[in-house]
Design a protein around this ligand. Structure first.
Ligand SMILES: C[S@@+](CC[C@H](N)C(=O)[O-])C[C@H]1O[C@@H](n2cnc3c(N)ncnc32)[C@H](O)[C@@H]1O
Length: 244
């Protein structure tokens, strides 16, 4: 069953502002796999559950045409506001009913989104729209983040963040389980394609101010669930973390 979150306008705006895009390195790994498996030139990439489109834009220079799709009107509106490349367009639709012809896409991606879909239906739909030897990339990040600040206080920083995540844990959507890696691994093992590649951990390094880190965590579904449940508690938690 699909799970619809991320639909509010404020949430969509925080997505554009704070969410981390997949790194160039990770994108290159995906493209190398497509290149080796199917070969170019690449015509169409479809980024399903594209949100505000940061990841979608990274595909633009590699494909003649890129289409980001999302079920949330607010997310698509945000993506359209930031769409600059002429070969990138967006469609409002469910992951389980993609508006593309059979055998039309070279690559289908789902970045931090697959876990929210009706996964069996999405996989069937992806199979329908992919060209023969087309590729599917399911990308996600976990809470295994490590923070550092200059050469000092990293240990304290990480301890505070672990406490932050622990406070959010009761609000974590049960779909995700204890760690979304298990969900992805299970899907990976069940997908009956002969050529597939599992990358458990691709570290990326990025620098950001405290406000962006807070914005990122506050965009997570667990924080949003707390915010809906008890806005004052959510605000106090954020303030406590910032002060510490
Ligand atoms: C965690 S966000 C990820 C957004 C973006 N791909 C990124 O990496 O920042 C998940 C997105 O999937 C979308 N989504 C959830 N369920 C969906 C479904 N069944 N069909 C299409 N989009 C869906 C949500 O609206 C949301 O924008």
């Amino acid at each position: 069953m699909a799970c619809r979150l991320y639909e509010g306008k404020a949430h969509a705006a925080s997505y554009w502002k704070y969410r981390i895009s997949p790194s160039e390195h990770l994108m290159k790994q995906v493209l190398n796999f497509c290149e080796g498996h199917r070969g170019g030139p690449f015509e169409l990439a479809v980024d399903v559950g594209c949100g505000s489109g940061q990841g979608t834009l990274l595909l633009a220079k590699h494909f003649a045409s890129v289409v980001g799709t999302d079920v949330s009107p607010a997310q698509i509106e945000m993506a359209l506001q930031h769409a600059k490349q002429p070969n990138v367009t967006y469609r409002l639709c469910a992951a389980e009913e993609l508006p593309f012809a059979d055998s039309s896409a070279d690559l289908v991606t789902a970045m931090s989104a697959f876990h929210w879909f009706d996964r069996p239906r999405f996989l069937l739909e992806t199979h329908r729209v992919l060209k023969p030897r087309g590729c599917l990339a399911l990308v996600n990040y976990t809470l295994d983040m490590e923070l550092s600040y200059s050469d000092c206080c990293s240990h304290t920083l990480n301890q505070i963040c672990r406490e932050f995540y622990a406070a959010l844990h009761p609000y974590r959507n049960p779909i995700l389980g204890p760690n979304s890696i298990y969900l992805y691994k299970e899907a990976f093992e069940a997908i009956p394609y002969p050529n597939k590649e599992w990358q458990e951990c691709v570290w990326d390094r990025t620098s950001m101010p405290l406000s962006s880190y807070m914005g990122l965590v506050e965009s997570f579904s667990s924080y949003q669930a707390l915010l809906r449940d008890d806005p004052q508690k959510a605000q106090k938690l954020s303030e406590d973390v910032c002060q510490r």
